[in-house]
Design a protein around this ligand. Structure first.
Ligand code: ATR
Length: 272
């Protein structure tokens, strides 16, 4: 953020709730660092069709989309990338000369966070959970050539998603490990349930790379146990920053300052 003037580009996040979103802190740190004339705000949106009309009417430059609008926004846009369509969820809107395109950077963000720690192609990956995050991350990993097994507590829900994705499925109660990579997409371990673990620590073997998308706390019990056992771990802030960095690059055409963004997010988390 430099001085706000008539050419300041306006960005934001549409969601409900958005009061705890770390996206404004992250994107504004990047604008400030690069001297980019942009501002990013949080909009608590209940009426998503009207909010999309507002993007057009006010010529907003780019929007992040979060719960509960990631799916319902699809038909309101002019175009949706094949990846976002396949995932069935949009977390990013790009406004190019009034044409609104929906994309999904959660998927590529998760893959980039993992690729910093390990190659993914041909690896056996267990993805815990069967919600929207499991879907985005599972597709991303499959596109990179990983062999994905979805592991879920509720069997019909897990089987349904695995069938749609053409991934393997394993009920959580039968899960016995044996994978190269484990990715937790469930909320187990998130504040205030910080004692919870999505799988028992006995299943974590030292050769495993363990990633958690939960970032509150930054080191979940799963990641702490994995680290103690000698696993390489990837925290939830890594994925959050990468999904934001990919948005930033699409919106501004400039390389995102990853370290600045991560530092801003970590500082904001410490103050929470
Ligand atoms: P999102 O769309 O954000 O990924 P979601 O749709 O609420 O979130 O999905 C949450 C996933 O986490 C579900 O797969 C859920 O399992 P169930 O299908 O059995 O409900 C899983 N989950 C949440 N809390 C869990 C826990 N304590 N242990 C195991 N799985 C859990």
């Amino acid at each position: 953020m430099t001085g706000i003037d008539t050419s300041t580009a306006l960005y934001g996040v549409f969601g409900d709730p958005v009061a705890h979103s770390l996206s404004p802190v992250m994107h504004n740190s990047a604008f400030r660092h690069l001297g980019e004339n942009g501002v990013y705000l949080a909009f608590r949106v209940t009426d998503i069709p009207s909010a999309v009309v507002a993007i057009r009417a006010l010529n907003l430059s780019g929007i992040s989309v979060t719960i509960p609008h990631k799916v319902s926004i699809l038909p309101l846009l002019d175009d949706v990338t094949p990846l976002a369509r396949k995932i069935g969820a949009v977390n990013t809107v790009i406004n190019r000369d009034g044409k609104l395109t929906g994309d999904n950077t959660d998927c590529r963000g998760a893959v980039r966070a993992l690729l910093d720690a390990t190659p993914v192609s041909r690896k056996r990956v267990a993805v815990l959970g069967a919600g929207g995050a499991a879907r985005a991350i599972g597709y991303g990993l499959m596109e990179e050539g990983a062999a994905v097994t979805l592991v879920n507590r509720t069997i019909p829900r897990g089987e349904e998603l695995a069938g749609e994705m053409r991934a393997d499925f394993c009920p959580l109660e039968d899960f016995s490990g044996g994978h190269d990579i484990l990715v937790n997409t469930t909320s187990a371990g998130m504040t205030p349930y910080t004692d919870a673990m999505p799988v028992s620590s006995g299943l974590l073997d030292p050769d495993m790379v363990v990633m958690d998308i939960v970032y509150n706390p930054l080191e979940t019990r799963l990641l702490a146990e994995a680290r103690r056992r000698g696993c390489i771990t990837v925290d939830g802030v890594a994925m959050f920053v990468y999904q934001g960095a990919i948005q930033f690059e699409m919106w501004t055409g400039r390389q995102a300052p990853l370290d600045v963004m991560r530092t801003a997010v970590l500082k904001a988390l410490e103050q929470k």
